[in-house]
Design a protein. Structure first.
Length: 57
């Protein structure tokens, strides 16, 4: 899931896993509008399906 978040964050923004299903995002130089837009993009990123490829050995 962290990879999904990193696709929508700016280069200087940081993510960290905080608990089982919780994440923290650290951002500098942003206003309330940016945080709201980022939150919407993060929710959409999490809703996207993730394709798993399993190899038979």
């Amino acid at each position: 899931m962290k990879g999904s978040f990193e696709r929508v964050l700016r280069q200087g923004d940081l993510t960290a896993k905080f608990g089982e299903d919780e994440f923290v995002v650290l951002m500098c130089d942003c206003d309330e509008k940016y945080v709201y837009r980022l939150t919407e993009r993060m929710i959409k990123a999490v809703e996207e399906p993730i394709e798993l490829v399993l190899e038979n050995k």
